[in-house]
Design a protein around this ligand. Structure first.
Ligand SMILES: [Zn+2]
Length: 1035
């Protein structure tokens, strides 16, 4: 994987504290932290020396810094009472060309190592472990290998594999060919077919640059920091990748993947000594210190501003084809290792661009000149020197100068007027709540948070001390009320290192790209001798043979099915009635002083023609003002009092019938304990007095939403393909497409292009009448036990304030099933005897039909989805299909679609709704991939898999089933889907019981042609074969 221009370092974006250990209910316990505090500076442990021990109470952790004596490797351990332990090793990788060498190396080291010489140990470990996360990332200047797991044995296993992969990879030539690039015959076994470029990274990067936002971000960084490594593309430019040689790859490994250039990070409640011992023995003890020359020199500041123009492909899904120019102005900032300056500039950036009260939002977004901010707007701290960027996308070319003028004027304005105190308070409140809000993957969030600063030898521990940074910030403001204004003057007014970048669409962009690739190919092919060509043919065959060979993975460590917990921990829930009628689920959790409130409201009475507008209704509901608050005041209150208030449309499948589902809107929010009455008052105002009159602001929100949807397609094309392919398979599928499929993308594009949006705006109060009442509602609260009675009162007041319909509204669909939510033993005792009843829609006359849709998009790669209607959640077949999907992915599709096909990804999955999906992601092929899907089904039917394969698939399924759940989300499945712990436990037992015959049975019963209804969808470029086939609908 490769990350470019992503804001990996925003305090406000990334950091949300998390602890997963809720079974033990030890929320005040700090055993791990206390143990870590015992270490003494200078203490020697397994080849390491402790250099610093620091408690960081604001994040409930203790930081221990060490260095490795004989290699100089750096080490940071964060001890915290969290069972979701994380390891990562990070290398500073600073390429000087765009061949993608760090990225190809990241892929290739995962293809086999000295102790684990089998092919692709990394992917195989996915199925031999209960990891909660495994991945690798190439950033602009480092490469990071993280994993996390809750199981100590698993931690050791994964650590061995990761260490061996990073420090002792095989780096075989064929691996380089497969993962990087190669010349190969289109059909490798036919030397008559033309030679073409292939390779996983080659295709991945071609896919990545179909995303116009990425093109823009990449150029922005390259041009603003042109002196060294930031001027090249670490992920690889598809036109430069074919210049990389295998020798260069090995050389890059030798100089960069060395302990002296490495930073090790561990997090969680496992003891540190064991980690140190294993890392020393298995890796570091085998190296001597070197002096790595990987540092990035400081960027020389410019003496005058610069300007560049670039082009991109036109976006057929974005609104307004004549308005697709992007323009931004960026400024170089100080080094990110100056922790407090970085913190200040990060806050300053949020004040400048965050939310409708910020000066740039008012000046740029509300000018109507563009659709949304330009990519990478705000503070970017992923490079040695940080930068700030602001601008617009979706601009008409003639308005570019106006946008630039507005930016300059806004800077002047801020220098003069400064910021309101309330906004600064709201921002500091946001930091407080994000430190307390617990995510299930806190270790990973921390690893990403410190990665860039540490990479340039900044102090990662200083970075974690957010409490003292906030205090220092307050003090600076107090001593000098113009503190922030002076920073704006210094960095945005009197700064000559200023880049103006604009990007406009060129109708011939894709054609030119293809032409350049063809040129490159021609040049490569023309330089080949006959002997070279013979060799290429033979190597192609060899690679194909290697990929098709059965694989022996017995050298790899593995957990066993017996290592999986046989039962799930039950979650204590209580259900009470608010105002005597509305069911409220209470779940007491160690939430760290935060209250989570949710409400779910049914859409059953909503007229059909309004349904497509529900997602839009949701996205603007909390942003248009309510009661006496206009939208700016409302945004201010939400920031000052809550961690966020959102609404989203949902289609919830039933657990036992495929043709039954629940439809509704989920309202979610959270706040600090002390702000609960204020938050509930806000909800009350939103429900009772929402404002749908701000036409101008509505237009702004519509444009932003449409732009965001369109920008998301290159990253989520496979999801759009799957949603589309399952549209005609179940009644729920059709609604899902309406809410979140390509239909929704196109509807939003149409609305964004309307000259008069009033007809759409007028639909919102009509939706409101059906949705914002307590007629068909249920609520849930997650909070600490101490806070529960307060919460109960607040919810009671909220419900009491809501209107009730005078007469009962009839559901629009004739068939409604009332389904009581199973209470249950264990936790869900329902002391009050209250019962939640869900009203589901069913369609007894529904008959699934086959449909094939091709969405023509100007991408050089495809996203393919094929869906099959199968069995609901409680059916034992569902469990078998879930394991089968995993088995097919790991043992067949991965090889066919990624390794042989050159797609970035592909596999099979079973959704909760009982739809089985085969998909590919950034795929150079289309119809061939559909043939691979058919072969995968034949493979499954033939039962060519072993007991070991089945056990591995089970491990993989269980690592997802048992993924840690944050305290905020405990009981959520019960609340939304009506799934009790008993039903989940029964499903768990079905998963354990899945056996070989069952797998073959379900393959035959559902997946074979003519067995069950299939649906197909493809997103991608023009396709001659599909155009000729009348069974496809082209849109
Ligand atoms: Zn990659």
């Amino acid at each position: 994987m490769w990350r470019c221009g992503e804001r990996a370092c925003g305090v406000l974006r990334r950091l949300s504290a998390g602890s997963a250990d809720l079974r033990a209910w030890r929320w005040r316990s700090d055993a791990a932290c206390a143990r870590a505090l015992q270490y003494r500076v200078g203490e020697k442990i397994h080849g390491f020396t402790v250099s610093q021990v620091t408690p960081v109470p604001e994040l409930s952790l203790t930081a221990v810094k060490l260095s490795h004596d004989s290699t100089g490797a750096r080490y940071l351990h964060l001890a915290r009472e969290d069972t979701n332990n994380l390891f990562s090793v990070q290398f500073r990788t600073t390429p000087t060309d765009s061949t993608g060498v760090p990225h190809i190396l990241e892929h290739t080291v995962l293809c086999g190592s000295r102790r684990f010489p089998c092919r692709d140990p990394f992917f195989k470990m996915l199925n031999r472990s209960l990891s909660t996360f495994m991945n690798a990332f190439t950033a602009s200047d480092y490469t990071l290998y993280p994993f996390s797991t809750q199981n100590p044995k698993d931690f050791q296993n994964l650590l061995s594999v990761y260490l061996d992969a990073a420090f002792f990879p095989c780096l075989r030539e064929l691996d380089f060919w497969q993962e990087g690039w190669r010349l190969e015959h289109e059909n490798p076994s036919d030397a008559q077919t033309p030679l073409v470029f292939k390779g996983v990274v080659f295709n991945e990067m071609k896919g990545a640059f179909t995303d116009n936002e990425r093109i823009f971000s990449q150029h922005l960084q390259n041009r603003l920091l042109p002196d060294h490594t930031y001027s090249v593309i670490s992920g690889g430019d598809p036109l430069c990748i074919p210049d990389l040689t295998w020798e260069q790859l090995k050389q890059f490994h030798a100089t960069h993947y060395h302990p002296s250039n490495a930073r090790f990070f561990t997090y969680g409640n496992f003891p540190l000594e064991q980690h140190l011992k294993q890392i020393h023995e298995e890796a570091l003890s085998k190296f001597q210190k070197i002096e790595p020359s990987t540092a990035v020199p400081a960027q020389k500041p410019w003496d005058k501003p610069r300007e560049f123009q670039i082009t991109c492909a036109p976006d057929s899904l974005a609104a307004g084809s004549s308005r697709q120019t992007t323009v931004s102005v960026s400024f170089l900032l100080p080094e990110i290792t100056d922790t407090f300056e970085a913190f200040t500039l990060n806050l300053l950036s949020s004040l400048l661009i965050g939310g409708p009260n910020s000066p740039f939002y008012k000046a740029l977004i509300e000018s109507g000149l563009g659709t949304d901010f330009s990519p990478d707007v705000g503070y970017n701290g992923c490079t040695r020197e940080a930068y700030f960027s602001v601008g617009l996308q979706g601009v008409s070319e003639k308005d570019v100068q106006t946008v630039r003028d507005i930016i300059d004027r806004t800077v002047d304005d801020v220098i003069e007027k400064g910021f309101e105190d309330d906004r600064i308070e709201a921002l500091l409140h946001k930091i407080e709540i994000q430190m307390k809000h617990q995510s299930a993957s806190f270790g990973l969030a921390l690893a990403s948070y410190i990665a860039s600063c540490w990479n340039h030898d900044g102090d990662p521990v200083e970075l974690l001390k957010l409490g003292s940074q906030v205090a220092q910030f307050r003090q600076c403001l107090q001593e000098n009320p113009k503190f922030l204004q002076e920073k704006v003057r210094q960095y945005f007014k009197n700064n000559q290192h200023k880049l103006t970048l604009s990007m406009k669409p060129d109708d011939r962009y894709s054609e030119k790209q293809t032409q350049m690739e063809t040129e490159k190919l021609k040049q490569k092919v023309n330089s080949l001798s006959l002997k070279d060509k013979q060799q290429i043919y033979e190597k192609g065959l060899e690679l194909q043979a290697q990929q098709s060979k059965p694989q022996d993975a017995s050298c790899l460590p593995a957990l066993k099915v017996s290592d999986i917990e046989p039962t799930i921990p039950f979650t204590e829930l209580e259900v009470g009635l608010a105002a005597g009628e509305i069911p409220v689920q209470y779940c007491a959790q160690p939430t760290n002083g935060v209250v989570y409130f949710r409400a779910f409201s049914s859409l059953n009475t909503l007229p059909e023609e309004l349904r497509p507008y529900v997602p839009l209704f949701c996205s603007v509901l909390t942003k248009l003002g309510c009661g006496v608050l206009d939208y700016r005041e409302q945004a201010q209150q939400i920031e000052l009092k809550t961690g966020g208030m959102t609404a989203s449309a949902h289609v919830l499948p039933d657990d036992s019938h495929l043709d039954t589902y629940e439809q509704g809107v989920l309202f979610s929010s959270f706040c600090l304990d002390r702000n609960l009455p204020d938050m509930m008052h806000l909800w009350s105002e939103i429900f009772n007095n929402p404002c749908f009159e701000e036409e101008e602001h509505f237009r702004v929100l519509v444009k932003m939403a449409a732009q965001e949807l369109s920008n998301g397609i290159p990253d989520s094309g496979h999801l759009y393909a799957s949603v589309r392919a399952s549209r005609t398979l179940t009644p729920a599928g059709d609604l899902q497409e309406t809410f979140s499929g390509m239909d929704q993308v196109r509807l939003m594009k149409r609305i964004a292009e309307m000259t008069d949006v009033r007809p759409v705006l007028r639909k919102l109060p009509r939706i409101r009448k059906h949705l914002l009442t307590c007629d068909n509602m249920r609520c849930s609260v997650n909070a600490t036990p101490q806070q529960m009675s307060q919460a109960e009162k607040a919810v009671e007041n909220f419900i009491g304030s809501l209107s009730r319909s005078k007469k009962e509204r009839k559901p629009v669909r004739p068939h409604v099933v009332e389904k009581p939510v199973p209470s249950g033993l264990g936790g869900s005792t329902h002391a009050s005897g209250c019962q939640v009843t869900r009203k589901l829609i069913t369609d007894p006359t529904f008959s699934p039909c086959q449909m094939k849709t091709h969405f023509l998009l100007p991408f050089p790669v495809n996203y393919v989805g094929e869906c099959v209607r199968t069995a609901p959640y409680t059916d034992p077949d569902h469990a078998s299909l879930k394991i089968l999907a995993c088995l097919m992915t790991a043992k067949f599709l991965h090889t066919e679609i990624r390794e042989k096909g050159g797609a970035y990804g592909g596999g099979a999955k079973l959704s909760r709704s009982g739809v089985f999906t085969l998909y590919s992601y950034r795929d150079p092929h289309s119809t061939e991939t559909l043939q691979s899907f058919a072969k995968a089904v034949d493979w499954a039917k033939s039962g060519r898999f072993t007991q070991q394969d089945i056990d591995e698939a089970k491990l993989s399924v269980f690592s997802a089933v048992d993924a840690p759940v944050a305290p905020s989300d405990k009981g959520l499945e019960h609340f939304l889907y009506g799934l009790s712990d008993e039903v989940k436990q029964a499903h768990r037992e079905q998963l354990f019981a899945v056996h070989r015959e069952g797998l073959i049975d379900v393959s035959n019963k559902y997946l074979g042609l003519g067995k069950s209804t299939h649906g197909l969808a493809l997103l991608g470029p023009e396709n001659a074969k599909i155009a000729k086939d009348p069974s496809w609908i082209i849109r």
